[in-house]
Design a protein around this ligand. Structure first.
Ligand code: ATP
Length: 312
């Protein structure tokens, strides 16, 4: 319980999942990362992280796929909280309670979303009041997608994805997501397949495509659908042919487009309306091609602190 003058004992922040509207992979850099040009969109599937004052550092996870999320120091939310504590000269321990809605290891950046939410929750709980730039710098050290999850909306990611610039985007887009997370496709495995496939060919530093930028300015999903693109798609499909079957089935059921999200294995399906999204989701389920399906719209806001319950 808090009054207006006391610091809260716990703060909750929520952060969205992302889909990559475009993902171009450039050459391998000296630090072992590929240079990327991507266009992210934040979508309305959220994780929540509550940071509470505690005697020792800890973490518990509930919700979707909770059993697949580590609760030790490899958890990205814990890493983010510890990095913020270190950056601000040391802070009292916190217990993080993570509630997941974002599929784990699905290419929708769930762990990065938790890191972004933990940063904001701890920044508020500890009243460290770091600027957005300082939080962005910590976020980038935790993972390439974390700065975008703080930012939200629709944005270009360059560098290794961590340098975020907003893009002018109109409209609200209707998405259906098929997680396929049982496939065990990991991000490093997909990049290894990309490296093997492109070995010997010259790869230049990628830039955002003018066609995607202009489609986003129209706000029309019919314009966006044909320009969605992902350099990693052949590799994800090659490693997990079921992804290709889902893409093909979705197109047969009237989707405007279907694409691998990030390094997969989630398939992101673009529909023209709420009804269109429901139709594709129902048809995929009824045909038995996909069981686990989520629907969401984008863009949505980035990570944000939820209001604390006020005393009556
Ligand atoms: P990316 O595309 O950034 O590689 P992803 O969206 O495919 O990530 P995540 O849900 O972020 O996948 O999880 C990737 C791995 O990270 C998981 O297998 C899990 O072991 C680990 N992980 C660490 N912290 C978290 C967290 N808070 N939530 C989910 N996974 C986490």
């Amino acid at each position: 319980m808090t009054s207006a003058l006391e610091s809260p004992d716990a703060v909750t922040a929520r952060a969205p999942a992302k889909v990559n509207l475009e993902l171009f992979v450039g050459p391998l850099r000296e630090d072992g990362f590929h240079s990327l040009s991507t266009v992210y969109q934040a979508v309305g599937i959220h994780d929540e992280v509550t940071a509470a004052r505690a005697d020792e550092w800890g973490c518990t996870v509930s919700g979707r796929d909770a059993e697949r999320v580590p609760t030790n120091d490899s958890n990205l939310a814990i890493q983010a909280a510890r990095a913020l504590a270190e950056r601000t000269g040391g802070q009292d321990p916190v217990h993080l309670s993570i509630h997941k809605e974002i599929p784990v290891a699905g290419g929708m950046a769930g762990g990065s979303a938790d890191a972004a939410a933990a940063l904001l929750a701890c920044n508020a709980l500890w009243e460290t009041d770091l600027s957005r730039e300082d939080l962005d710098a910590i976020a980038a050290d935790i993972g390439s997608d974390v700065p975008f999850l703080l930012h939200g909306g629709t944005a270009v990611g360059s560098g290794r994805g961590e340098l975020v610039t907003a893009v002018l985007a109109k409209g609200r887009y209707h998405w259906v997501f098929v997680p396929c997370t049982g496939s065990g496709l990991s991000t490093p495995t997909v990049y290894e397949a990309f490296d093997a496939r492109t070995a010997g060919s010259e790869i230049t530093d990628p830039v955002p495509s003018a066609a995607l930028m202009s489609a986003l300015r129209t706000g029309d999903p019919l314009e966006l659908a044909p320009v969605l693109d992902n350099d990693l798609q052949p590799d994800a499909v090659g490693l997990q042919p079921q992804i290709g079957e889902i893409i093909e089935a979705a197109m047969g059921f009237g989707a405007l487009a279907a694409i691998v999200s990030g390094s997969g294995p989630t398939v992101a399906i673009l529909a023209g309306s709420t009804e269109g999204a429901i139709d594709v989701a129902v048809a995929l389920t009824a045909s038995g091609v996909a069981g686990d399906i989520l629907r969401a719209t984008g863009p949505v806001h980035g990570a944000h602190v939820l209001p604390t319950a006020r005393l009556l």
